[in-house]
Design a protein around this ligand. Sequence first.
Ligand SMILES: Nc1ncnc2c1ncn2[C@@H]1O[C@H](COP(=O)(O)OP(=O)(O)OP(=O)(O)O)[C@@H](O)[C@H]1O
Length: 249
Amino acid sequence: MLLRLVELTKSLGTQHVLDGVSLEVPPKARLCVVGRSGAGKSVLLRLILGLIKPDSGEIWYGETNLVPLGERELAPLRREMGMVFQNGALFDFMNVEDNVAFVLRERRRPESEIRQAVSRILERLFLQGHEKKMPAELSGGMRKRVALARAIISRPKLILYDEPTAGLDPIGSTEITDLIRCLNEEFGATTIVVTHDMRSVEQIAQQVAFLHAGRIYKVCSPEEFLSSEEPVVKAFVHGLVEEPALGTC
Ligand SMILES: Nc1ncnc2c1ncn2[C@@H]1O[C@H](COP(=O)(O)OP(=O)(O)OP(=O)(O)O)[C@@H](O)[C@H]1O
């Protein structure tokens, strides 16, 4: 397994957000983690990246349990991971080219190698001609593609996406999900996508993990998930309301 989560628990404030999450992700897999808003999906990503520590449990990355590691030991492992944040998290004061080159410059790669890699990845993500634009001059879909380029350029072994299609129209959303799938196939990076967009699940996932009530309630294929008759899964997939809805008149 590339990643193995074992009985992770995490409380924030007074809330038990994660209450024994276990999950196995094989190398090169494409997994969607789904769950209701507030289920703890982003918390799970932050735990995997080592940005926060669990209260208990283990996070195995290959043969290494990340939980007891300090910042210094985590740093080289985190370099093998890429993260695409919900809002893209681009540097507003850098143009597209410099945003994408950032990680390689930080790693002091030779400038000729950086220029070649940036040019190749921008072309792959249909961003050629936009190199000198600032993030404020880009559409939402372009910003997402720049964020993808920035995450993939260092050839991570594991790439995490937080709501990659949020705020995009259906066509922009399909462009991004197609790219996520193709980049996974081309570069072989194990891909974990957090989303509550069922179209993204259909388009991206080989496996779906449903986070519910602090645990992974179900792991299955997208076909099985989307047609499940289990009441909690069905309610989630079809947006059925179990309790009085907030919007009820
Ligand atoms: N720093 C924090 N302090 C206190 N509570 C937090 C903190 N971060 C997250 N939470 C709580 O943890 C729960 C899970 O949050 P999280 O952002 O992981 O949800 P999510 O499943 O990603 O939701 P969404 O789909 O809306 O992004 C929420 O109830 C949230 O209020």
